[in-house]
Design a protein around this ligand. Structure first.
Ligand SMILES: Cc1cc2nc3c(=O)[nH]c(=O)nc-3n(C[C@H](O)[C@H](O)[C@H](O)COP(=O)(O)OP(=O)(O)OC[C@H]3O[C@@H](n4cnc5c(N)ncnc54)[C@H](O)[C@@H]3O)c2cc1C
Length: 320
């Protein structure tokens, strides 16, 4: 988490890309068997290999338990058919961990499969034209009867959704950490700029409203950082409320990160809007952190449901 914050000071989009790879490697390491880990590790010989997570579909986003992509058993194989939408790094990955339906409707009918990037009948849509995150491609992943051996199933049948949700706790914290890093970089630039920029005969830094703005930005980022660390502690301790604390941290830190970067742009005046200063890129990159790994509305849903569930009932598993 601390590493992702530092990486994001260099480039939030690159750091976030690595964080998705990191999350998927964690899934394979945690739920894969020795043979699966060995096959995936063997791909490390290639420079730049990545492991990615196609979960979202054209008709299924926040309600991820409704995944429609099917995996049908055929002898010793499964045959995957369907389309995944908005997949980060699609077309560049060595391995995809694909969520596909093997059984009943809902979360318990979803299983996870390791699909190699060069599988037959696997293809990719055109690169999406995005507001930010230009350092990584986002494309559809199309399964037109992709055949994988039954041994490619990650974990047990019907456990795919639970595996994805457990990985998303860490994934959300790392995306949040990327927001912190990008926003901290923008704040540091703003502090420097208000010392240099003259207005009405004195540096901007001399004006109390500017000082207040900087103080609020620093305070908001500090609060966000503490929440992200609290989420990480909950994951480390396997706390029963870890999902809720990670959701709170993701919502708070990605909102604060975008807001701080946007205020840093404002403090730069017209120059903040120019590409030369780099702030507008950070604003564009951080915007999507409020949308992916579960939108910030879904984070509120997780927290609210956990708060309002009847005493003694099992903790909920979240939507993506
Ligand atoms: C650049 C980019 C990269 C991405 N990378 C990946 C990836 O690698 N893998 C992957 O699987 N997905 C990826 N996604 C998809 C992302 O996770 C989804 O876009 C996100 O989960 C939201 O789904 P949706 O776009 O279908 O929006 P919808 O689910 O249709 O939501 C639309 C709006 O309605 C709100 N909403 C939905 N349900 C509720 C509710 N119950 N209560 C209140 N509000 C609600 C949402 O918060 C949102 O504001 C990526 C998206 C982008 C933009």
């Amino acid at each position: 988490m601390a590493i992702f914050e530092e990486l994001a000071k260099g480039d939030p989009a690159v750091a976030a890309y690595i964080s998705i790879h990191n999350m998927v490697v964690w899934m394979i390491d945690s739920y894969g068997d020795d043979a699966q880990r060995a096959v995936v590790a063997a791909a490390d010989g290639d420079a730049g290999v990545r492991r990615l997570l196609p979960l979202t579909e054209p008709g299924v986003g926040s309600d991820a338990a409704n995944v429609a992509t099917s995996a049908v058993r055929d002898g010793d194989d499964y045959v995957l058919t369907g389309v995944k939408q908005f997949i980060s790094g699609a077309g560049e990955a060595a391995v995809y961990v694909v969520m596909a339906r093997t059984g009943e409707p809902g979360a318990r009918g979803i299983s996870a499969f390791l699909v190699p990037g060069d599988a037959e009948a696997l293809s990719f849509g055109a690169p999406e034209k995005k507001m930010g995150w230009h350092a990584q491609p986002t494309r559809q992943v199309i399964f037109d009867g992709v055949r994988v051996p039954a041994s490619a199933m990650l974990g047990d049948e019907g456990r795919g959704f639970a595996i994805a949700m457990s990985a998303l706790n860490g994934g959300r914290l790392n995306i949040a950490a990327c927001s912190l890093g990008g926003a901290q970089w923008a704040l540091d630039r703003a502090v420097q700029y208000v010392h240099e920029r003259m207005a009405f005969g004195e540096p901007l830094a001399e004006k109390q409203s500017i000082l207040f703005a900087i103080a609020d930005m620093r305070t908001d980022l500090h609060a966000a950082r503490l929440m992200v660390r609290d989420g990480a502690q909950a994951v480390d301790e396997k706390a029963p409320d870890a999902t809720m604390r990670c959701a709170m941290a993701k919502r708070f830190a990605t909102d604060a990160g975008f807001d701080v970067a946007n205020r840093a742009l404002q403090l730069h005046g017209g120059y903040g809007y120019l590409q030369d200063y780099g702030i507008e890129k950070v604003v564009r990159d951080l915007r999507v952190h409020q949308i992916l790994e579960g939108t910030n509305e879904i984070m509120r849903l997780i927290v609210g449901r956990e708060m309002l569930r009847p005493a003694g009932s099992a903790s909920m598993r979240s939507a993506s």
